[in-house]
Design a protein around this ligand. Structure first.
Ligand SMILES: Nc1nc2c(c(=O)[nH]1)N[C@@H](CN(C=O)c1ccc(C(=O)N[C@@H](CCC(=O)O)C(=O)O)cc1)CN2
Length: 297
């Protein structure tokens, strides 16, 4: 029987533990604050940001939301980041990606103070992660590590294939999986659009992380029997009956579930964990910035 890895369930448990730590900080006079910045009219980005704000409310964090016109200048966005960097009540800053083409994304990520960079995308935080001394692990790969642990999927000695090499998921995921640390010690292959014979690699893998951004790219014929399959894709496509749109992952779920030992659904798999790890990083940021120690969950 294929095990369904329920991200909503694991995220709910983690949120409860985070809410408990928020109370501890609050008793010490610290209210963790997360600022989200949206410079886009993309419906998906708007949804993700409002979900993040709702999550803050649920765990008792202070959610601050700034919305900028997508036509506004890059300088206006940089000014907003500078103000949030200087605001003592803001412990974490997240600029929802992607930003408009006229804005230099690298400059945006460099501009956020590394201590408030709860995405873990600032070059200093990327360097720390690669060196095995992460301040903030990027939310999606960290969430995947937590999901694997929650379902007792052993990474040590496992052959893992990461399909996708983005800065947000593929690269940090591969880095976390090779680290000499719990949730690491895997042998990792990173595949991408120029990889020859992708199937030959995925068929050898104990763990497949699909983060290519291509709807239903990985199917059952590409998997080893019993493999753990983690689907990072969130693609909105026309529904088969033509009645509207639906969300599908990078994995063809039905066909993959016939072969896999364990698999994440879309929605309800990796997405909720990405958001839960953002709360985790904000909690950690608040603790580090104020010197109030807590037991991170
Ligand atoms: N600054 C950042 N921007 C973006 C990131 C990021 O980590 N930091 N990641 C992605 C999108 N993303 C986070 O913002 C994200 C995507 C999806 C979900 C989620 O909860 N998905 C739900 C379904 C939601 C729906 O109904 O549409 C699920 O999978 O169950 C959370 C976060 C790009 N940008």
């Amino acid at each position: 029987m294929t095990e369904v890895i329920d991200g909503n369930a694991v995220a709910t448990e983690l949120r409860e533990e985070i809410a408990d730590r928020v109370e501890t900080l609050s008793a010490a006079g610290v209210e963790p604050g997360l600022a989200t910045v949206l410079m886009s009219e993309d419906a998906a980005s708007e949804t993700y940001v409002s979900m993040k704000q709702r999550d803050c409310e649920e765990v008792g964090m202070d959610g601050i939301h700034v919305e900028l016109d997508p036509e506004a200048s890059a300088e206006e966005l940089y000014g907003t980041i500078d103000d949030l960097n200087d605001d003592e009540d803001v412990h974490g800053i997240l600029v929802q990606l992607p930003v408009p083409d006229h804005v230099d994304e690298r400059e945006v990520l460099r501009r956020i103070r590394p201590e408030k960079d709860v995405d873990g995308f600032h070059p200093e935080n990327v360097g720390r992660l690669v060196a095995g001394n992460a301040r903030f692990k990027p939310c999606t790969p960290h969430g995947i590590q937590r999901l694997l642990a929650a379902h007792d999927v052993e990474t040590e000695g496992a052959d893992a294939v990461v399909v996708g090499r983005s800065d947000i998921v593929g690269k940090p995921m591969a880095n976390l999986l090779i680290q000499k640390a719990p949730g690491g010690n895997a042998t990792v292959t990173v595949c991408h659009s120029r990889t020859d014979d992708l199937e030959a690699r995925t068929r050898e893998a104990d763990i497949v992380i699909a983060a290519a951004g291509i709807p239903e790219f990985i199917d059952g014929s590409m998997l080893k029997a019993g493999a753990t399959v983690i689907d990072v894709g969130i693609n909105r496509v026309e529904s088969e009956d033509g009645s509207g749109t639906e969300l599908v992952g990078d994995v063809a779920y039905e066909s993959a579930a016939e072969v896999a030992g364990a698999i994440t659904p879309v929605p309800g798999g990796v997405g909720p964990m990405t958001r839960a790890m953002l709360l985790y990083n904000t909690l950690k940021a608040a603790s580090l910035q104020t010197g109030v120690e807590i037991d991170l969950p």
